[in-house]
Design a protein around this ligand. Sequence first.
Ligand SMILES: [Zn+2]
Length: 204
Amino acid sequence: MKSNEALVQVIHEKPSELDLAPLIGEMLVRLGENPDREGLARTPQRVDRALRFLTSGYHLDIRKIVNGALFDVKYDEMVIVKDIEFFSLCEHHMLPFFGKMHVAYLPRTKVIGLSKIPRIVDAFARRLQIQERLTQDVAQSIQNSIDPVGVGVICEARHFCMMMRGVEKQHSSAITSAMLGAFRERKSTRDEFLALVKHGSSGV
Ligand SMILES: [Zn+2]
């Protein structure tokens, strides 16, 4: 190349490794669809964005969520947040499961801002999950954040992978629980929690 020739560089935009759209397009073809028909024209991009949102919990730092919302108090009664709606994806089929979570704890020296508890639930729900682990994750993160005397979490959920395929049990719901500290050791604490959850609960 002569030195007085302009150097023209074409910078090809590298397809991001993280871009799922081509994979979704390929999936549509393999499912026997025509990805070029009008209705599907932007579907790969939409699915990409939807899946990113539904798995955005991987990028959330629980410490950042609760930071600034931890308060020292003298309060030793049970704190309970009921009927927290959540939507998650089962890791076996990547189909939704959804329901309600009830979260309670007995403070030791700290409480956590009430609005932060649903955000903790979302942070763990927006991942590929199984209901049992989701329940444990929420309980454990509250345990780690404020070191309470105990934590109790009950999760009621319905699973699309059961409702739409296979057994097609459309009205069955699964209930899981995680009990830590006093909630595990003291029946009276557990009973108080269960009574508070049952009172006025609307079910899934
Ligand atoms: Zn499943």
